[in-house]
Write a protein that binds this ligand. Structure first.
Ligand code: ASP
Length: 324
């Protein structure tokens, strides 16, 4: 099954060499028709979930997509799912699905950096490779995968590293899951962290997700935006800290005050790689804060939103950041 959500892979421009384009113009049937080679790998059926640039990704689409993927993977005649998506937020959607899809069947996301009309468009081969991986029995049990530019990434590990380059996605700390060349996949490892069938999260009965805001730390930071998040109804706040999840003393005071009120306060980092660990320069035990481990601020936010579907102690939320 191919579920299309939009993105540059479904984007089009007025000419093949112009930088400006619009995401989400090409429908799933057109996308399938553009890569007839993929039909030699699997029997394909397409469904349009949305057709948006992934900068517009939202909870309505997330819930619809997650529910549909779970329905499809439960069907005996579906062997795998390919999801086309924009690159801007694929790591968030991928990690979300990694935590809520209940199946070992391959769920493979793909995207492109160049629109379908571009000179040397990267979408068709990415799509072909994604279908090949979804049809490969070796892809099973590895969580939600992202196939792009010949590499197979785990949804938890990958991150976008360039605004425009075709080779934008890396899995810097954990390494990639494998490679795929013209449909021939090689798998190197299993992903780190609990996922899919081993995940304790469930969307059964959920038709909304709690609000969690991300605030970026910087020189001379105060607590104004941290307090504004709480005033806007955030049940959790993630600070994209400097270095090992650090921030100014006044920002830390504001964050600790939120934690005392029961708003879950997570320290992550604006740095691209590396862990945020407990009690290094900040006394998390005393202030009641959570350290994000390896999760980027945007992935920490995804985990925290799912965590907050159930009442939990800070210690239990910290456990989730260790296990997922
Ligand atoms: N803005 C686009 C999107 O995320 C970028 C892309 O797909 O490469 O939908």
């Amino acid at each position: 099954m191919v579920l299309a959500t939009g993105g540059t892979i479904a984007g089009a421009a007025g000419s093949d060499v112009q930088a400006g384009y619009a995401s989400g113009l090409v429908g799933v049937e057109e996308l399938l028709a553009a890569v007839p080679q993929a039909r030699k790998l699997a029997t394909l059926r397409g469904e349009q979930i949305s057709n948006i640039g992934s900068q517009d990704m939202n909870d309505e689409v997330w819930l619809k997509l997650a529910h549909r993927v779970n329905e499809l993977v439960a069907m005996a005649d579906v062997d795998g799912v390919v999801i086309t998506h924009g690159t801007d937020t694929i790591e968030e959607t991928g990690y979300f699905l990694n935590l809520v899809v209940k199946s070992r069947k391959p769920v493979v996301m793909t995207a492109s950096m160049r629109p379908s009309t571009a000179l040397s468009a990267d979408g068709p081969l990415n799509f072909f490779n994604a279908v090949a991986v979804a049809a490969d029995p070796d892809a099973a049990g590895r969580g939600v995968l992202v196939v792009i530019n010949d590499w197979i990434h785990g949804a938890r590990a990958l991150t976008k590293t360039s605004t425009t380059a075709v080779q934008t996605f890396l899995s810097p700390l954990q390494g990639m899951i494998g490679t795929v060349a013209y449909g021939a996949a090689e798998f190197y490892r299993l992903p780190v962290g609990r996922h899919t069938t081993e995940s304790e999260f469930s969307l059964d009965g959920a038709n909304a997700l709690p609000r969690v805001d991300i605030i970026m730390a910087h020189e001379n930071m105060d607590g104004v935006l941290i307090n504004a998040a709480a005033a806007a109804g955030a049940r959790g706040v993630v600070v994209a800290g400097v270095g090992n999840g650090n921030m100014t003393a006044s920002a830390l005071d504001a964050l600790a005050a939120l934690a005392r009120k029961g708003i879950v306060a997570v320290r992550s980092t604006r740095v691209t790689t590396g862990r945020v660990s407990r009690n290094v320069e900040v006394d998390d035990d005393q202030l009641g804060l959570i350290a994000s481990g390896e999760l980027s601020p945007h992935k920490a936010r995804v985990l925290l939103r799912l965590a907050l579907l159930t009442p939990r102690t800070p210690a239990d939320v910290q456990r989730l950041f260790h296990e997922y």
